[in-house]
Design a protein around this ligand. Sequence first.
Ligand code: NAD
Length: 358
Amino acid sequence: MTRKIAILAGDGIGPEIIVEATKILDFLNSDMDLGLEFEIGLIGGAAYDAYKSPFPEQTIDLVKAADAVLLGAVGGKKWEGLDISVRPEKGLLGLRSELELFANLRPALLYPQLVAASTLKPEIVSGLDLMIVRELTGGIYFGQPRGIRELASGEKQAYNTLVYKESEILRIAHTAFKTAQKRNGRLCSVDKANVLECTEFWRNIMDSVAPEYPDVELSHMYVDNAAMQLVRAPKQFDVMVTTNLFGDILSDTAAMLTGSIGMLPSASLDINGKGMYEPIHGSAPDIAGKEIANPLATILSVAMMLRYTFELGTVADRIEAAVNKALDNGIRTSDIYSTGMQKVSTSQMGAAVLSGLK
Ligand code: NAD
């Protein structure tokens, strides 16, 4: 069986962290005969430099033909002055919409070795392991009409539209219930049903899907309360599912509970489980080229790819165990360093995980 992976390193620290992740994939591929095939493409600023487009035809063809995409990060000062239509970040949006990646899975897992990195008290966050499922291609970010208009009074008015079709809510609901089934069987749907009709509709659809998943316990929470609960008692959550806008905010909040942006992977899935996997951080231009970036978020994104697209959960477990082992051994890149630990470079961290696999 052949499994095709498109690898898009992107900009800034992207190439440095992707190299370490591909070493892990290469090793597992030959060790376990996984049938993985890799093809490399350009995205973001690097693609703009080569083709005057952040998401050129060549890359579109590549990602369409692949079963999964591994992405580093895009963006950087060099391209900030470009017209918004060709900025690196447009490449990412193009990729999401071209592949119809409607479900964004963002785990927030606090490694016990890194409890001190969180800004919250250890008793609040230790053992934290939650997953946010964010709807990614609908809602107010894409709703029409939108813009700025002039009222009859002559005053200007800005407007956006929050819209969700039943089919859009149904597909994210199924992804969220299935995700909860693979975890601890608890799903909290987050909305603002007391104020917004659109999210009352969302809540009703979540309720209508629930009987199909009797092993999952569904609850609902208003978004303002959810934000509060995330910092008050985050361990109460297993899986949270929510709209594009609420998910954007809550997933960053949840990520920061762990205190280490360099540790968190993500997945964006289509209806068939094809996915794009990337660390949640950006291209970190301030540290690019210094060989100090933490490659673990990207390596853990590879684990998510194996689990969610290729259904190779045991191989994913193996990567996660190797990451744990490196942390147990006191190996730290500078973003997660604390006194008494061994500070290492990007490639040394990659090598530590690789030796844990072996
Ligand atoms: P960022 O995530 O790149 O960096 C924020 C801070 O975290 C920086 O201090 C950086 O050094 C640090 N950091 C990030 N990743 C790290 C890692 N792996 N190891 C150690 N430290 C790490 O966010 P930003 O500075 O706001 O954005 C920089 C560029 O990245 C911008 O052009 C932005 O548009 C782009 N961006 C891209 C993505 C993406 O590709 N998915 C996401 C967010 C931002």
